[in-house]
Design a protein around this ligand. Structure first.
Ligand SMILES: [Zn+2]
Length: 613
């Protein structure tokens, strides 16, 4: 029986026959020492398996690759004696119990990859993704599991995790518990001297754990997080948990997030936190990962829970899991009051529709296939990837934007995607053990909104042709306008720029400066750069016999020539070649309000952009 629901009181004072003791004596070397104690054994062998991936991040990461010094014992504690082990496959260890009722397995894990989905340990903190630390015991994943943290509590006083406290921390360590392995795998731990604030909202406790070396206004940040909780729980009529932990990690170059049932991990570059006007990226990310506690952790495609931790778990429905969430994240940021109506429409224009138009791959693969192949496409993107598939986040988000506008328009403003969400939530509560199929999802949306969407939505998800923007957006008094002129140069108030140069026309290459060279990193299919014969990793040497070494030089020169062709000398595989590139003015779509909208169009737009539920 698959269940990810846990309340703290359920673990209080429990006993467990599977316990992970985690020690940090070698944290400076990025090592976690693990001791798994398995009791209650009645079989000749115990098989312990290290997961190969973490739910929510669709990539095989083969965590066993970072594991070492594996040893096993039969019996426990002082009376244990070494026993034999063998590997059944790359991640499955067979331990001989030989009639003993308990075994202990010891190993170290190298944890030095700093992302929201991998463990990171050093002398100052530990972030533990337990899928990369804790092997599960085959056949026993449904029982209570304990995690005993044996760290120096004076150096690392803060422990933030959705795992529940089993008893008050004592000299033995800090004992946490999960009702089953799925919950353990879904509950990362941040351990260190980070700042933790709390608030109560929707009858539940919320912890905001901010791990950073930078000065962060945690009071302000906590107030914003509380606003997010208020707005999102209002849609679903409450919080389906007793406690929720927001882990926020701010370090240079950080980004991305990962959702869990009672927590989320949100990574951000500290530069976004020094100026509150720049924090919208983090706030939108927090809206996104928090919304996932409903959409994907609970409301979910059938294939995403229960999980097989050893291999790819394929689903065509990441358009629901991530597309719907990408549509709602900026919408929630707007409903929270973080952005104005004008700013939200600009975001839709630039970050959603505009970005999708810059992806040639939207014509090469459907959103469903992009989801199914996420393991090899989005998560292992080749430099040519932008030409081969659209992200199911990006195109899925645009599809739900159009779907919401369509539902509002065709129900005369009576229904919206909010109603479909609530219906999906009811369906989850009726049977939390099973996810949804695509057909069920279509049916639920139609039932909740009384609008026929099945054929349309299927076409959008399975097709590669341009979406019907103008037809749908007209319902809410909006339209796409194509700007095909490079914008005029900025004039900086009264001051004139040094040279009156417009923005560069479209070439279709992206360039990177690398060791004093200018290297092509990508080439859009069908673009001027592709037609001129440039390839990825070719080096630009000169344009019209002028040596170029910076992207600014290239942009400036091509801009000054507008759409005139330029002769380029480039280098590939040890030889020079010459070709001519003819940059063009590209049509860039922009969402605009149509002139003289009808009262109905205005009414529908107001309905769509209503802040109150
Ligand atoms: Zn997401």
């Amino acid at each position: 029986m698959y269940s990810i629901e846990q309340r703290d009181e359920q673990l209080r004072g429990t006993q467990a026959k599977i316990t992970y003791e985690l020690s940090f004596d070698r944290a400076a070397q990025h090592l976690v020492t693990v001791l798994i104690r398995v009791e209650g054994i009645s079989t000749p062998e115990v098989v312990a398996v290290m997961p190969s991936w973490s739910p929510g991040s669709y990539k095989i990461r083969d965590y066993a690759g970072w594991q070492g010094n594996v040893r096993a014992f039969k019996g426990a504690g002082a009376s244990r004696i070494p026993t034999t082990t063998s590997w059944r496959d790359k991640a499955s260890l067979v331990v001989a119990a030989d009639g003993a009722t308990s075994v202990e397995i010891e190993y170290v894990v190298y944890a030095h990859e700093r992302t929201v989905r991998t463990s990171h340990v050093n002398r100052f903190h530990a972030f533990l993704m337990l899928t990369s630390i804790c092997m599960y015991v085959e056949g026993r994943t449904q029982e209570i599991h304990h995690v005993l943290l044996k760290h120096d509590r004076s150096a690392w006083p803060s422990v933030s995790s959705a795992l529940s406290l089993v008893r008050e921390p004592n000299t033995d360590g800090h004992l946490l518990g999960a009702l089953n392995y799925d919950i353990l795998a879904d509950s990362p731990i941040e351990l260190g001297d980070h700042i933790v604030t709390t608030f109560t909202e929707a009858g539940a406790l919320h912890e905001v754990a901010v791990a950073t070396n930078f000065d962060v206004d945690t009071t302000w940040l906590t107030a914003q997080v509380q606003q997010i909780v208020k707005v999102e729980t209002a849609v679903f009529g409450g919080a389906p948990y007793d406690r929720y932990v927001f882990i926020i990690q701010a370090y240079p170059g950080a980004g991305g997030g990962l959702e869990h049932a009672r927590s989320s991990v949100n990574a951000v570059d500290p530069s976004q936190l020094t100026d509150k006007t720049k924090a919208i990226g983090l706030l939108s990310l927090l809206c996104h990962e928090y919304f996932h506690l409903w959409n994907v952790k609970r409301i979910r495609p059938r294939e995403l829970g229960p999980f097989d931790y050893t291999r790819e778990n394929y689903t065509t429905m990441l358009w629901l899991a991530e597309g719907l969430t990408s549509y709602y994240d900026d919408l929630f940021a707007y409903r929270c009051g973080f952005t104005t109506t004008k700013e939200y429409l600009e975001t839709v224009s630039k970050e959603h529709i505009g970005r999708l138009f810059a992806v040639p791959g939207r014509e090469a693969m459907s959103t469903r296939d992009s989801s199914f192949l996420a393991w090899l496409k989005l998560y292992m993107q080749s430099p040519d990837g932008n030409n081969r598939f659209p992200s199911y986040y990006l195109k899925g988000g645009v599809i739900f934007l159009l779907l919401d506008a369509y539902i509002i328009d065709h129900s005369d403003g009576r229904y919206s995607m909010d109603d479909a969400l609530r219906e999906m939530w009811k369906r989850y509560l009726a049977d939390p053990t099973k996810g949804m199929s695509e057909e069920e999802c279509f049916a639920i949306i139609e039932q909740a909104t009384r609008v026929q969407i099945r054929e349309r939505l299927k076409t959008w998800l399975e097709g590669t042709t341009e979406l019907p923007y103008d037809e749908i957006l007209a319902g809410v008094g909006l339209a796409l306008q194509y700007e095909d002129k490079p914008s005029e140069p900025a004039t900086f108030g009264e001051k004139r720029p040094f040279a009156n140069v417009p923005q560069a026309p479209y070439t279709g290459w992206t360039l990177a400066e690398s060791n004093g060279k200018l290297v092509i990193r990508s080439v859009d299919d069908g673009s001027p750069a592709a037609i001129a014969g440039f390839g990825i990793d070719d080096e630009l040497v000169a344009i019209d016999d002028r040596r170029v070494v910076t992207t600014a030089q290239v942009d400036h020169y091509l801009a000054s020539r507008r759409e005139k062709g330029a002769r380029v000398t480039a280098h590939c595989d040890g030889r020079l070649y010459n070709t001519t590139i003819n940059p063009i003015l590209r049509r860039i779509p922009k969402v605009i309000e149509i002139e003289k909208p009808s009262p109905r169009q205005l009414e529908m737009r107001e309905r769509w952009l209503r802040r109150e539920i």
